[in-house]
Design a protein around this ligand. Structure first.
Ligand code: PLP
Length: 344
């Protein structure tokens, strides 16, 4: 697989910006190279543009070498960068499962790249053949998300493998919810798949949505391209330091995940007993998609009770559906109590 051939020409030939902090690597005590203010330490200094310390820490918990790791301002940054690296506006296209996470389409629109949707099956799974059928010679990226948002299910692993094997472009597998899943991550298979990009994030299981840290795992060639085109100092020092603390907190995160998975089971059990819930879809994530008689009415009713869920009823295959995030025991109890008292 030749990454260079897939890249847009301007990106393949790009001479990346070389910052003061990346040009000088080594030991020094007097820094007069970056026009920084010598006062107001530590915030006066530009942060490490390659986030070496943070990547070393992520490398240790994920079991992935640092040269396979890209860090972004949320997952949204690598999503956008992948378009900018591989997709020529108005010429290239991408193919995505439908429904799925909304940012893939928004970034396609911003970059003026054709976005082809392939409707999921009734059980919300997909096949490699359906995806491949939608591709042509200008298809550069296939977007997969497992567990998928907003449906909650994991995609069939063999079909993901097959997509990776037969598609000659980039396959992005968004694993934002992998920590809640019964299925294994594809991270272990990274070395076998030169066209695979895995997205993960600190925003969900790691409880750190506020600091904006997304991770992309891929071949060193793909990682190098993303690093070449990102803003030089894309991860600020507050985020880098807080992310290091979050990762040291791994035991706490595992405890949160255990609690949320058990709360998810409880929540589903009680939702099943409510006549206004018409269907509960299987979930491998920290949310559950349910079908009700009148999603708009239920949504408004809950808002009046000071509870906000996500109305997904206008999304493909999700007519009548609301998406409920698993909260604390008390929050879930408040939701159930409201639904039990609901007469709409
Ligand atoms: C929440 C979510 C993300 C996280 O995005 P961040 O920018 O990292 O907060 C990514 N992908 C999916 C499918 C999500 O649902």
């Amino acid at each position: 697989m030749n990454i260079n051939k897939l890249l847009r020409k301007n990106i393949a030939t790009l001479k990346p910006y070389s910052s003061a902090r990346s040009e000088f690597k080594g030991e020094a005590s007097v820094f007069l190279d970056a026009n920084e203010n010598p006062f107001n330490a530590p915030f006066n200094r530009y942060p490490d543009p390659l986030q070496s310390k943070l990547k070393a820490s992520i490398s240790a918990v994920k079991g992935v070498p640092t040269e396979n790791i890209f860090l972004g301002n949320g997952s949204d940054e690598p999503i956008d960068l992948l378009y900018r690296a591989f997709c020529e506006p108005r010429i290239d296209n991408v193919v995505a499962i439908d429904p799925t996470y909304g940012m893939y389409k928004v970034c396609a629109d911003i970059n003026d790249v054709e976005y082809r949707k392939v409707l999921l099956q009734e059980n919300f799974d997909f096949t490699a053949d359906e995806m491949l059928k939608a591709t042509d010679k200008n298809s550069k990226i296939i977007w997969l998300c497992s567990p998928n948002n907003p449906t909650g299910n994991s995609l069939n692993g063999q079909e993901i493998e097959k997509t990776l094997k037969y598609f000659h472009g980039i396959v992005v597998l968004d694993e934002a919810y992998i920590d809640f899943s019964s299925q294994p991550s594809f991270l272990k298979t990274l070395a076998q798949h030169p066209n695979l990009v895995i997205l993960q994030t600190l925003s969900k299981a790691w409880g750190s949505a506020a600091i904006r840290l997304g991770m992309a795992f891929a071949s060193p060639e793909i990682i190098q391209v993303l690093s070449n085109i990102k803003y030089p100092y894309n991860i600020n020092i507050l985020t880098q330091e807080q992310a290091l603390r979050a990762i040291e907190n791994k035991k706490q995160v595992e405890e949160w995940v255990r609690i949320l998975i058990s709360e998810r089971t409880l929540l589903i059990e009680f939702l099943k007993q409510l006549p206004l819930i018409k269907h509960i879809y299987p979930t491998d994530a920290n949310f559950v998609l349910v079908r009700v008689e009148d999603a708009n009415a239920i949504y408004q009713y809950l808002v009046k009770n000071s509870i906000v869920v996500r109305n997904r009823s206008t999304i493909s295959l999700c007519a009548g559906c609301i998406r409920i995030t698993v909260g604390t025991h008390e929050e879930n109890a408040a939701l159930l109590a409201s639904l039990r008292a609901c007469t709409t």
